[in-house]
Design a protein. Structure first.
Length: 66
């Protein structure tokens, strides 16, 4: 598959890449609307719980001997 991609002309590869990015952008734009239409959108409480679980906690550790 990689060799097939590499055998394409540079212009075709660029157009292919732009097409993939456009498709991904449409998916990111449309997914909240689809979730709402299907009743799958998260509630505010679920979102707060997820944010709390994903919160990054960084702690500083001192080196020994310095």
């Amino acid at each position: 598959m990689h060799s097939s991609y590499r055998s394409l002309s540079p212009k075709t590869r660029a157009l292919f890449g732009i097409g993939v990015m456009a498709w991904a952008s449409v998916g990111l734009w449309a997914s909240p609307q689809v979730e709402n239409a299907m009743g799958m959108a998260s509630t505010k409480e679920e979102q707060e719980e997820l944010d709390r679980k994903l919160a990054v906690r960084i702690s500083r550790v001192e080196k020994e001997g310095k």
